[in-house]
Design a protein around this ligand. Structure first.
Ligand SMILES: [Zn+2]
Length: 291
């Protein structure tokens, strides 16, 4: 069995649509640096086209199964340095972190070579993010059970973490259902998702790219500090993702994590989805001119 070239592993999804790059707001980083996000609200259906069942079940060559396991090991061995820096790799980083997966579903996960520093760089943020994601409204049974098994346990061990996470939780109505809503530390989620997409990008291309803009469609703005116009612009921005052509990768535990790849003229865009509901879009961050 030979390794299938990456290009052949991609799923062709009909005719290409032009991606309206000119519509991308220049101030995007400011928009999603807003820290008062509302969690527990489902993403917009218009953002989900990357994961419509018809696309996921397309006749794609399984990304992980396409490479014989021996080949995977060889590849990892041949790459000497960390996915995030030039230090010698001494361990493996999971993408996404292993703690997102129930213990029974931790086989054949995506890993990249890592130095010890980048393997443990954000353990606290990973736990926080896992708790937020697995609490989010709309996630599947696997995510809900994982929340009960892991997040509740971490709250048992640290009541402080519980009160810090849900400090301002209050009831809101969503589509006639009463749910809880609370303010989220978006910067911590962004840090975890940035590391995750950097690892995925390295896994896909071998390129080390650390700076990513993270878009979290499941988050809502705090209405008391956001105008209708800002919300409208944000929704319009999110709708752009549904117009892109996505190559959905086949992964081992898609009920926990799956991802898709699309392209813009200046680089790849990744779409990640956790527990079938928590979406994350990742774009290459613009260069910052410090001068
Ligand atoms: Zn490193």
């Amino acid at each position: 069995m030979t390794c299938v070239p990456k290009a052949q592993r991609r799923v062709r999804q009909g005719c290409k649509k032009a991606y309206p790059t000119h519509s991308l707001p220049q101030s995007v980083p400011c928009v999603f640096d807003t820290s008062a996000g509302y969690a527990n609200i489902n993403g917009k259906p218009l953002c989900l086209s990357a994961f419509q069942p018809s696309v996921v079940s397309a006749n794609c060559t399984c990304f992980s199964d396409a490479i014989p396991k021996g080949r995977l090991r060889m590849t990892a061995k041949a790459i000497e340095t960390c996915y995030a820096c030039d230090q010698t790799a001494t361990t493996k980083e999971h993408a996404p972190p292993k703690s997102f997966f129930p213990e029974a579903q931790r086989h054949n996960l995506i890993t990249v070579p890592s130095c010890a520093l980048h393997n443990n760089a954000n353990a606290m943020d990973v736990e926080y993010t896992r708790n937020i994601v697995s609490t989010s409204y709309g996630i599947n049974d696997v995510g809900q059970q994982h929340f009960l098994d892991k997040a509740m346990r971490s709250f048992d061990h640290s009541p402080k973490l519980l009160s810090a996470t849900f400090s301002d939780i209050r009831p809101v109505q969503l589509q006639g259902v009463q749910i809880g809503s609370f303010t989220v530390d978006v910067s911590r989620i962004n840090a975890v998702m940035s590391a995750c997409v950097a690892a995925l990008h390295f896994h896909e291309t071998g390129e080390k790219l650390q700076r990513w803009e993270i878009v979290l469609p499941n988050m809502r703005f705090n209405p008391s500090s956001t105008t209708d116009e800002q919300v409208g612009n944000w929704r319009q921005f999110l709708s752009l993702f549904s117009q892109m052509n996505w190559d959905v990768r086949t992964v081992n535990s898609p009920d926990v994590f799956e991802y898709a790849v699309s392209s813009l003229p200046d680089g790849r865009v990744y779409s990640m989805r956790f527990y079938k509901a928590f979406l994350v879009f990742c774009l290459k961050a613009p260069e910052i001119n410090d001068g």
